[in-house]
Write a protein that binds this ligand. Structure first.
Ligand SMILES: NC(=O)c1ccc[n+]([C@@H]2O[C@H](COP(=O)([O-])OP(=O)(O)OC[C@H]3O[C@@H](n4cnc5c(N)ncnc54)[C@H](OP(=O)(O)O)[C@@H]3O)[C@@H](O)[C@H]2O)c1
Length: 326
């Protein structure tokens, strides 16, 4: 019987779609002895999963519940097959991206401060903040209290599953969207996607830059001091991908100089330590890596894993493989 190890913190009812012919083995967080399993569902938090891995023997298939699987090959090596929970995060992460953009353009973090202070008149700080951030010094009346997303020029770096979901959700805002991925897809393929090698030429036109790609050796510090300097005054940088995509020191400098603004669900380092300079940067919205963590996530991810396991048992090709056992 196939032995499937899963994090003991998971309520077993969540595994109800798993094939009945497997033996489900709960793996406690403090596992301290070797254990033989065939299939491993790692804890979605990599640090917890990495503590378990040294005790596992015989693993042939890893069914990741996360879309980001970057850490697994380095830990598990090339002799295991790795599948990811394709699609499980799409809705929630895309919604976070839209929420973060709208919150930033509607100055919600500032207005929450106003609410907490109970000082209605502080709203009149907004026009000056707007002029300073965007460089738009035109006399405007009535005063600017919020900005609009509709019609903005958006550069999306990473055009995979989540990127495409973000595009669908952005559609009602009629933004001017420019797509970037690892490799280009020509317009005659039905959809123009630029190669990442063109990034420096595309950055100066964007008003919003969305990062939704994995952290790899190639994407490390994709946004560094040079790219930040190429962005126009007031650009909103939104990172829903991974912290190391951005050079944090360069980002702190750009935010403190008032050139750009940002919304980050992911940071480097993570967790962001108490007292880190990012915490106190102006014009920055941080959420502590939670964009994909809705109540719908676990049932969706486990359903994908259950379907993949069914195929594995039946000897059918797996659908969401990111690494085949070498
Ligand atoms: N914040 C969160 O809670 C959260 C939740 C889920 C996922 N994520 C992150 O979001 C990432 C994207 O997820 P996904 O499901 O959309 O992944 P995906 O379907 O695998 O798509 C990844 C996209 O990134 C592009 N890409 C890869 N390396 C690149 C590089 N060096 N330069 C430019 N583009 C590159 C790929 O280009 P090609 O199309 O040319 O291959 C593809 O378009 C995940 O890897 C994860 O890191 C974050």
């Amino acid at each position: 019987m196939l032995r499937v190890g899963y994090p003991a913190v998971f309520p077993v009812e969540l595994l109800r779609d798993f094939p009945p012919e497997v033996e489900l083995i709960p793996l406690p967080d403090d596992l301290d002895h070797e254990i033989e399993i065939d299939v491993w569902l790692p804890d979605p938090y990599p640090t917890r999963a990495m503590r378990i891995w040294p005790h596992l023997r015989g693993v042939r298939l890893i069914l990741s519940l996360m879309a980001g699987t970057e850490w697994i090959p380095g830990v598990a090596g090339p002799h295991v097959t790795i599948s990811k929970a394709r699609g499980a995060h799409n809705t929630s992460t895309a919604e976070w991206t839209i929420a973060a953009i709208l919150a930033s353009l509607k100055y919600l973090p500032f207005y929450f401060e106003v609410q907490q202070a109970g000082l209605w008149k502080r709203r009149f700080e907004s026009p000056a903040r707007y002029a300073q951030m965007t460089g738009d010094e035109r006399p405007i009346y009535p005063p600017v209290m919020v900005e609009e997303l509709t019609g903005k020029r958006v550069l999306m770096v990473g055009y995979g599953e989540i990127g495409q979901e973000i595009e669908r959700m952005l559609a009602p805002f009629r933004v001017d969207l420019v797509r970037v991925a690892r490799s280009a897809r020509p317009a005659n393929s039905g959809l123009l996607v630029h190669a990442v090698s063109e990034l420096d030429n595309l950055l100066p036109q964007a008003e919003i830059v969305i990062l939704i790609l994995p952290a790899t050796a190639e994407s490390h510090h994709l946004i560094g001091a040079r790219q930040l300097a190429l962005m126009r005054q007031g650009t909103l940088l939104v990172n829903a991908g991974r912290g190391p995509l951005v050079d944090t020191d360069a980002l702190v400098a750009a935010l403190n100089s008032g050139r750009i603004r940002a919304a980050l669900d992911v940071t480097d380092p993570e967790p962001l330590p108490e007292g880190h300079p990012l915490w106190s940067c102006p014009n920055l919205l941080i959420t502590p890596h939670l964009a994909g963590s809705s109540p719908q996530f676990a049932p969706r991810a486990l359903k994908t894993a259950a379907d993949e396991l069914r195929r594995y048992i039946d000897g059918k090709p797996l659908c969401t493989v990111v690494q085949r056992a070498g």
